[in-house]
Design a binder for this molecule. Structure first.
Ligand SMILES: *Cc1c(COP(=O)(O)O)cnc(C)c1O
Length: 359
């Protein structure tokens, strides 16, 4: 039986990418070495490094006003790096709380400088996105949002709807899933392991005027230092960037970010229909207008029924459906590399399970 994976992260990479990596495993372009055995200062690796950046730029239409950086430490390091680099004297960082990751980002900012919550969806247990009516103030360092809330399964429907002179977004779990205007953002960061590739590399897109030189920030934590050194300040995660480049190439070949969005909408619709047409047997966690196209979260009537669902789904070859340990329930993560076919098979299983046990 073929296994179908719906993990939240790290997650599956496109099959074509894995086969290509396998083919190049012990001999990258007739060099007799794996790419990870090459010097990061050599031409062989450097061309991949630059290619990956160029592909990011093309796929997301990143304007020349912005730099692309490849860093390490995951999105979690960005929770600290963003306030370290962007909170300047007399300024306050503003946070929109829409789930566990934004809570963590805010917590780190508070350790570093003046930070405030602007609005929070916590009163609804993050089932719905809060109303976003926010006007910027002169003393704002930035406004931080989380575009997709991986754990609760909500997602801001329109990334172009925010307006702030320094808009910062954690896009770890939905970057490259839909088009948006990068020029509206001061800084975007994303750990690779959901939509971009394997863990180990974090993509940062930063507006150049925010690349501030500072005596007080350690070099390794300074965007300015990384930008000056083209993300080669120290040894980069060579193999992760190589795979990231292959994933970006795959996206290009599939038709780019517009095509990803078309597919993602259809995939999500398949699963949300299965939920909504179940007469309440399955209940979506988030309100319909807040639902994510990347992480479909739902509940059954009891925790016991949910455990049963997980167990039976595994017996049918479906993996990774258990909700995050902090919220429970069921979560199907359907990032770019997950196919429409997999979603249809899961929807069919959901119906089958309901027919068998729903009486
Ligand atoms: C997964 C995730 C993170 C954490 O990423 P790490 O790379 O593990 O630090 C942060 N934010 C969001 C939105 C995520 O989905």
């Amino acid at each position: 039986m073929e296994r179908i994976y719906f993990q939240a992260g790290p997650t599956t990479l496109p099959k074509e990418v894995m086969l290509r990596a396998k083919k190049e495993w012990d001999d990258f372009e007739n060099t007799g070495l794996n790419i990870m055995e090459h010097s990061h200062r050599g031409d062989t690796y450097e061309s991949i490094h630059e290619e990956a950046k160029t592909r990011m730029r093309q796929l997301l239409n990143i304007p020349d006003t912005h730099d692309v950086l490849f860093l390490q430490g995951g999105a979690s390091l960005q929770f600290a790096m963003v306030p370290m680099n962007l909170i300047t004297a007399q300024k306050t960082a503003k946070y929109v709380l829409t789930g566990s990751w934004s809570e963590k980002a805010y917590k780190e900012a508070k350790r570093i400088g003046s930070s405030e919550i602007v609005v929070s969806g916590k009163e609804t247990d993050y089932r719905t996105l809060p109303q976003m009516i926010y006007e910027s103030f002169d003393n704002d360092a930035y406004l931080h949002i989380t575009s997709n809330n991986t754990i609760y399964g909500s997602q801001w429907p329109d990334l172009n709807a925010f307006s702030h002179p320094v808009l910062v977004a954690d896009m770890s779990s939905d970057i490259m899933s839909r088009p948006f205007s990068v020029s509206q953002y001061g800084l975007i960061y994303a750990g690779a392991q959901k939509n971009l590739g394997p863990a180990g590399v974090t993509a940062v897109i930063i507006r150049k005027d925010l690349l501030r030189e500072s005596e007080s920030i350690p070099s390794i934590l300074s965007y300015h230092v990384h930008a000056e050194n083209r993300s080669l300040y120290n040894t980069p995660p060579v193999y992760s960037i190589y795979l990231l480049n292959l994933v970006l190439q795959w996206m290009e070949e599939q038709g780019g970010v517009e095509e990803m969005e078309r597919r993602n909408k259809k995939k999500a619709e398949t699963l949300y229909n299965a939920i909504d047409n179940s007469s309440g047997f399955y209940q979506g966690y988030c309100t319909p207008e807040s639902r994510s196209l990347m992480n479909v979260t739902f509940n059954l009537n009891t925790e016991e029924a949910e455990r049963h669902f997980i167990k039976e789904s595994e017996a049918h070859g479906f993996y990774g459906l258990k909700g995050h340990r902090s919220v429970g329930g069921i979560r199907a993560s359907i990032y770019n590399a997950v196919s429409q076919e997999s979603c249809e098979e899961l929807a069919a299983f959901m119906l089958h399970f309901q027919e068998k046990y729903g009486k």
